[in-house]
Each structure stands twice: as structure tokens, then as C-alpha cells.
Design a protein around this ligand. Sequence first.
Ligand SMILES: [Zn+2]
Length: 314
Amino acid sequence: MRQSQQVITVTGAVSATRLGIALPHEHVMVDFIGADRVSRSRYDADEVYRAVLPYLQKVRQAGCRTLMECTPAYLGRDPQLLQRLSRASGLYILTNTGWYGAASDKYLPAKVHTLTAEQIAAEWIGEFEKGIEGTSIRPGFIKIGVDPEPSPVDMRLLEAAAITHRKTGLTVASHTGVGSAARKQIERLKEMGVNPSAFIWVHAQVETDPQMHVWAAQQGAWVEFDGVSPQTVDQHVQLLVHMKRQGQLHRVLVSHDAGWYNVGEPGGGTFREYTTLFSQMLPALRKAGFTDGDTQQVTATNPQRAFTVQVRLA
Ligand SMILES: [Zn+2]
């Protein structure tokens, strides 16, 4: 297997061609308590396992083969739980390295303020090379987050992600939202020698100017419309139709940003399913003129290419 064709899942590296239909942005478990108080003792992993497994089984039944779990460290990332759920559900699951600077640094460890981008990157590269927190489970991508007006710390995380990418080939998925913040990150990545094709603009549906989506796609970045729910199907179809008309469908990712067992709520609270894409969005896209080739591109080919581990230089 060539190094350039691999994706790293919680059960090991696999050929990217095996991913099948993938959901590039979902959550299994999240704990919003904050970096200063987050802890494994705040939840019962067996209970979370029992609560979430049926939803993973259901989406696999619907045709999904791979799920990228986007919960970063200090927000409830638990690679061993994901590994158990992957084995039990038959889904490939990817976890991540990286820190989340959105929400005004609530989910950042205090040490971030004393570390350089190089020192932060060294921690993330360590997880890639040695495994996460004493396990042999390796991250399949880098997850960061920035505020709508990225702070200096947010930009340091982006720089750490660029350094980590250049060393590991992991793709950078950044919780971003508005287009101005996406532009700022894409331009900084280019200055640091990283090709925008290594960058996923997460929550791009928040940006109301569709020309920003086209601009980012033309730069080579991945434009992720990830809030698919029964309430947003029409809006998401419009976003995709626009990208198709602009010839940019090969740069689009689609997911629910759903789940999740919410630590601290009884039974994990209300779980949002991962199936709207299959039950509602794909039929709506066909009605809007999408061919099987188009939907295959968006749901399988694009995630496969986006998450293939490969150094992409500007
Ligand atoms: Zn998310």
C-alpha cells in the first residue's frame, strides 16, 4: 500500500479507497464543561458505548462506511471508546489531534498561552507518531477551531496545524464559520508553504455569500457544509446546486455535525441521528438534478481525497 493512499482510522491505517460513503464531520461524545475541568471520570464509557452504538449501526445500515469524529482533546475526545464503537458497528472511525480555540479559549489548556506554534505542533506530531495518550491509536486528521475574528492564539493553533501538516501529511479541519476567518487561515497556510487542499473550512454553511465558497474552492480548499438536519435540507441543497453550477463540486464535503452523547446530561441528552443525508438530502439532490456520479463525488470520492494522509505543499 502506498503511503500516499492511506487514511488513519482508530483501528489502524487503511487504503483510502476502502472508505466508501463517509460523513466527514460528526460527534460521538462531547463534554462542554471546559478544559480546566474535563475528565474521564465525568462519564461512564460503557454507558456512552451502549447509548451511541445503535445510531452508528443505523447509519451503517443506511449505507455509510466511515465517520470522522471531530471532537477534539479537552472537549471529550476518547479514542478507546471510538475504537470499541468502530469494531462493534463495522464503521471506520477517524479521530483527531489538535486543540479548539473557538468559544473564546474555553476549551484550550492553560499551557497554550506559554507555548510557541512549534511547541504545540510537537505535541500533536507526538500523537501522530506514538499514539494518543498512551494508546496505539493515531489521529487521522488535525482538528482546530478559531473564533469568527481569529485571536492571536487561534492563529498560533493554525500555524501549529501547518507545521504538523508539513511533518505528518494530516489534513487540517478548522471550525471556522464565516468566510473572512476562512480567508485569513487559507492565506496564512499558503504563507507557511501549505497547499489549501490540506484545509477543510468547517461550518462553511454559516457564510451567507456563496461567492466566498467558490473562492475557497478555487483556492483548492475543502468547503464543508456540515449542518445537515431535517430543517436545513433545502438550504444545503441550494448550497450544493450553486457549487455544482460553479464547477466546484469536487471541493465540497457534506455532513450532519450531529450526535452526540452530551456528558453531564442524564443519559447523554437528546441524540441527533446521522441519517438525514441518506433519508432526505440525497433524494432532494436527485430531484435537483444531481446524477449518481455527483452524489458519489460528494459523499465518497471527496472525503476519501480530503482525508488521505499526504503532505500538500503550496
Ligand atoms: Zn462539530
